[in-house]
Design a protein around this ligand. Structure first.
Ligand code: SAH
Ligand code: ZN
Ligand code: ZN
Ligand code: ZN
Ligand code: ZN
Length: 470
């Protein structure tokens, strides 16, 4: 299943709607394109079906499970993993992988940590697989246990999933069950049906049909829905709206299992996302609170903890759990603000004028009396623009925001989408959107159609933009 988008031409009233892939935000990864009203010939449908079949994972979910069960029965010396194919090998397969990079003696511990055995799929416009640093992952697992959860629905959090399942028997945490929903099919080699579903979180699609959906439903509804939390860390590509719709579908699924008198209850959620998406997330989940905790990653050049001190990560946890229940590690500098009733970053000062701890990025912000709010430490009040901005801004151009994604509160160098978009088309679109004050639509990479020639593509990039249809 795809998503419906709309193509808008600058200065023209008419728009045209089309279907495109929801998971791949780059036409190079998936070039599916179809006008909404397009009639396809039998031949084209057949060709598409053949193509789709070729793109399917080589093994069915059931086959994967069978292979896994056979694999764990093998003696250590026969347990091999092909790094070239990212696949666990059974003795029958060895011949085919003789020329490949194969590692042997795959231990039980390695099998239980697939995120360390597999390489992360960093391809930014599809998987954007950024794995939690150990410190963050341990913090999350401990927090879930402290908060008393017994089941965790991990949507796009393979490393958290494995850590939850890794804890030794006897440990309080070992009572926590976890179900991983992820588009990365490689994980299906390491888990049986009740702990992994191949899933697209941009359109709530279960690749293995009804059986997989039922696994998810049963997981959410177990114990009448008591003790379960949804934890998600989606790619930061910017498709907030379809993600929100998906989470609302999962919430509805959980709600079905509730009795009447519990209708007020909410499914607890941790949505891990950059702080500059706060207003966007609030449009869909107004009661979500953004925690100050900085989520760190292993393989992200920008958000990982350097040897030379901390590189501040812009990634935060958005949640509907009351923030006073969430204790952030004091050894990392977080402290409790009794006025705000939440833990905040060391340098996040409580502003008496704003009545809250106002910093979003972890640095100390300053109150501007003219703007009547706190602003980033590097900003100064500009009397031409009538608000605070970076000192070297150009006064007409201040609304341009980040060159890559168009958001106002960060620069290109700290954008989580860095490298994903060579052209500034997304920023252009954002500006345009802002100008016309139509913020209801979700932006999407303004890529050209797959049949256009390069020059036409260029022209169109300047004039045509694409949005997700609400
Ligand atoms: N920090 C997490 C990983 C987050 S990276 C951890 O360490 O556990 C984003 C994850 O979402 C990846 O595992 C990726 O495979 C998955 N993902 C990307 N696009 C997806 C989609 N459309 N549907 C479901 N999962 C997706
Ligand atoms: Zn191989
Ligand atoms: Zn203030
Ligand atoms: Zn100001
Ligand atoms: Zn100015």
């Amino acid at each position: 299943p795809t998503l419906l988008f709309v193509k808008v031409n600058r200065g023209k009233e008419e728009t045209r709607r089309f279907y495109a892939c929801s998971a791949c935000r780059d036409r190079k990864d998936c070039n599916f394109f179809q006008w909404e009203d397009e009639k396809l010939s039998e031949a084209r449908l057949a060709a598409r079906e053949a193509y789709n079949q070729r793109c399917r994972p080589p093994l069915s979910r059931t086959q994967c499970v069978e292979r896994y069960l056979r694999f764990i029965e093998l003696p250590l010396s026969q347990r091999k993993f092909c790094q070239s194919c990212q696949q666990l090998l059974l003795p029958d397969d060895w011949g085919d992988h003789r020329e490949h990079q194969v590692v042997g003696d795959v231990s039980v511990t390695q099998l239980r940590r697939p995120s360390q055995l597999l390489y992360p799929l960093e391809n930014k416009k599809t998987n954007a697989q950024y794995l939690f640093a150990d410190r963050t992952c341990q913090f999350l697992a401990d927090l879930l246990s402290t908060l008393g959860f017994r089941r965790v629905l991990c949507v796009g959090t393979p490393r958290l999933h494995e850590l939850i399942r890794l804890t030794e028997p006897g440990d309080k945490k070992s009572n926590i069950k976890s179900l991983l929903l992820d588009i990365d099919f490689r994980y299906s080699q390491f888990y049986v049906e009740d702990s992994f579903c191949h899933y697209n979180m941009f359109n709530h699609h279960f690749f293995d049909g009804k059986a997989a959906l039922e696994v998810c439903r049963a997981f959410l509804q177990e114990d009448k829905g008591e003790g379960v939390i949804l934890v998600t860390d989606p790619p930061f590509g910017g498709l907030v709206e379809p993600l929100a719709i998906t989470f609302k579908k999962l919430i509805a699924m959980w709600k079905e299992g509730q009795s009447q008198d519990e209708s007020q209850k909410e499914l607890p959620i941790f949505w891990i996302f950059p702080y500059f998406f706060e207003s966007r997330i609030h449009q869909f989940f107004p009661n979500f609170c953004m925690l100050d905790y900085q989520v760190d990653y292993d393989n992200h050049a920008l958000y990982k903890h350097g040897k030379t001190g901390r590189k501040q990560s812009p990634v935060r946890i958005f949640t509907n759990i009351p923030p006073n229940k969430i204790i952030l590690p004091t050894e990392e500098g977080y402290r409790f603000c009794p006025l705000c009733q939440r833990y905040v970053s060391l340098e996040n000062r409580h502003c008496e004028h704003c009545g809250s701890c106002t910093s979003k990025d972890g640095r100390k912000w300053n109150h501007c009396f003219l703007c009547r709010k706190c602003v980033k430490p590097s900003w100064i009040h500009c009397s031409i623009c009538n608000h605070c901005a970076v000192p070297d801004h150009s006064c007409e151009g201040t609304k341009d925001g980040c060159f890559i994604c168009g958001e106002l509160d960060h620069k290109r160098s700290t954008c989580p989408n860095i490298g994903t978009c060579k052209k500034a088309n997304k920023a252009v679109r954002k500006q345009k959107q802002r100008r016309s004050n139509k913020m209801k639509m979700e932006s999407r990479k303004g890529q050209s159609m797959n049949h256009a020639s390069v020059t036409r593509k260029k022209k169109r990039r300047e004039g045509a933009h694409q949005y997700l249809c609400s």
